[in-house]
Design a protein. Structure first.
Lengths: 408, 408
């Protein structure tokens, strides 16, 4: 099918051309609405009028940035990578990905499960909701996807085929290179206006040791092909409730460094924490966040190692090359590398949210300037520590200690 | 043109179908001979009978390993990557690549300059020939090609396009993974027969610290996309004389870690050195080799930094991100990383030549077992130091010191 921009008027015709979708609804009597919560793409909800519980989401990329318009062209190829990643992650860890009903790279379009009982995690955390299963679930998601798309699991041919599938996601990787690793740490027109003359921004932009370390991690982001990443795993890419966790929007997917997804998540959990500290939220919620950070890091490592221990051969390992007990040592050092990289990436992700183009709602929307600045300051203190000194941090408990120390 | 295996009988017809080759010879009266010095491919020399100085080399890949036969299938796609790399390196550093007259990915074939005044460097060094321009020339080759295919020079799109072009060179990368980083360090049927019960082999296969470090470098080889590599830059891939240096056979080309080509070269120079020490060759030749090792490492760094200093922007660097004088620091640390990785890869390359499938002639052909074992022992001592302790080595002078100490 030739590419065509979908809208409320032509969607019915389109979905009627897809057998399983037509059968799913069983009727043409559909309610269609655009739900404009994405910056990049068009998102529609399609509901059966007769049976409103029958509902699906249709997401389509247009050849420009939706929130700006046609004057900001952005190849709709990004949806190709999102589709591939959704399909790939579904194969590996299906319970954390919305069920896919239809995908079309030609139409840059995906039709999937409507998560009507779930909310975006960032909002849930602003509302101080506790998600008791989250750490358990997201650590499984991370361990499964990262391990099973890495050279510790795949053979050499599979790994190179994986890289081929995602390597051309250039535009979105470039957005990360620019906005996560560069512009937010220098005077730049894209930065938030309150960065101008802000004491903390000035300090950050002049912190040479921090900026040099960021360059190293930017380089790692660009050149280290560990595993298939979501590529933008902040709390806005997670939909959940007290039972279930779903990861959405993997349009930034590419084969990159292990620590990047973990770091994105940890960094965003910490920003939620610093915002709650600044706002004086109740201790039990703050403690829950700290516990989640601890559990995600600990459980990720346990689960990743569990998979690794079961793996007899891969492109890295050849049977009988080394004794099992010597490999354990190797694995431990390898995991420490992932852990420290995760902290460094968390630091980059946190710091860039302070003055860069894209803030996080829980901090940038704090109206009281003093409270907001306090949140920013605590966040930056932790971020700088992670970026500059991650190689001195070897334990999860130290991470928690740092967070607590810097938010006292 | 559809693929067809070329031989003495059908080559004339083939080259007559190529305008510039037909014009080059100006006559059908050609002398054609197979020169069987390659293991993987067929190589022919084509000479004008009337003007014998008019001569070209035709190299063609067949869908199997030439030296074994059709029972060892190996995709002829390897020539696709060789062609791409020859063309790419020719654009960057043309004076070190044989002039290309014709390339055809369909025919897995390249027709190029016949280097009749040059010999394979390994042979030249066995004959104790001094090449006064070599270090200057090969360091330029390395600096130009590595820098200009890296993220320090290319923009993000160019870099990802480069990776796309070479990422599917899976089979040859796999050969390196297996034969350079794995089988040569464990009991394996492909190892040389004199590895059996050899005391030094046994020691090597049980050196856990060495083998663990090798795993790290194997992982780096598989996942670190710094720059376009030759991929097999030993002294058998270099043709030279006292004036000129040419690099041939880049069929292993792929985007990998900076240090791999440099390490391959340094490792092979060191093996030439240890062989001459064991054989009791004259001091002036041994000293020349040491000087070459020193010069290659020093000049590579100088030339790479020279290019980098001139580079205003790249996918890594954004103008005004940092002051020039702070970048110098970053560059110095970055170069130290390349240096240390080069030593580690040199160590892997040296050690794998001792008992693995492919020995180096200057050591494996030593008939006197005691002398040969002495060369092996010295080589392994240096190799282990480089693999296990490269991160303690920060200066070129230390490299020379280690080589001298271990060959006393």
């Amino acid at each position: 099918m030739e590419y065509e921009i979908l809208n409320k008027n032509n969607i019915v015709k389109y979905i009627n051309s897809i057998n399983n979708i037509r059968e799913y609804f069983g009727s043409d009597d559909l309610y269609i609405d655009e739900i404009g919560d994405g910056n990049l793409n068009y998102v529609f909800i399609i509901k059966s009028i007769e049976h409103p519980k029958k509902a699906l989401i249709l997401k389509q990329a247009v050849p420009y940035l939706r929130c700006v318009g046609e004057e900001y062209p952005l190849s709709r190829e990004r949806m190709t990578f999102e589709i591939r990643a959704l399909e790939q992650f579904s194969k590996i860890a299906s319970s954390f990905i919305p069920k896919l009903y239809h995908t079309s790279e030609e139409m840059s379009c995906v039709i999937m499960e409507y998560l009507d009982k779930h909310i975006i995690m960032r909002e849930g955390m602003i509302q101080k909701t506790i998600y008791p299963n989250f750490a358990e679930q997201i650590s499984t998601y991370l361990a499964q996807n990262l391990f099973k798309t890495s050279s510790l699991h795949l053979d050499s041919t599979q790994k190179r085929e994986l890289i081929n599938k995602y390597n051309s996601n250039t535009q979105l990787c470039k957005l990360t290179e620019d906005f996560v690793f560069t512009f937010a740490f220098m005077e730049h027109e894209t930065n938030d206006e309150y960065a101008n003359n802000h004491k903390l921004a000035k300090e950050l932009f002049e912190d040479i040791k921090f900026k040099k370390a960021v360059l190293n991690y930017k380089y790692k982001f660009m050149t280290q092909s560990d595993a298939l990443l979501h590529g933008d795993l902040h709390t806005g890419s997670i939909m959940l409730n007290e039972e279930e966790t779903y990861v959405i929007d993997p349009e930034f997917a590419f084969v990159g460094p292990f620590g990047f997804d973990i770091g994105a998540l940890i960094g965003n959990l910490i920003m939620s924490y610093t915002s709650h500290v600044a706002l004086g939220s109740k201790d039990d919620y703050k403690e829950w966040i700290l516990k989640v950070i601890e559990d995600v890091l600990t459980k990720f490592e346990e689960k990743f190692l569990f998979l690794w221990n079961k793996q007899e051969e891969s492109s890295l390992f050849t049977k009988n090359y080394m004794h099992e007990y010597d490999l354990e040592d190797f694995r431990r050092e390898f995991m420490l590398g992932i852990f420290q990289d995760s902290l460094a990436f968390a630091g980059c992700k946190m710091a860039r949210r302070m003055f860069g183009i894209a803030g996080v709602a829980e901090i940038r929307n704090i109206e009281d300037e003093k409270i907001r600045d306090n949140a920013i300051e605590m966040t930056l203190e932790i971020a700088k520590m992670f970026v500059k000194k991650n190689n001195e941090i070897t334990k999860v408990s130290t991470v928690l200690h740092i967070i607590k120390e810097k938010t006292k």
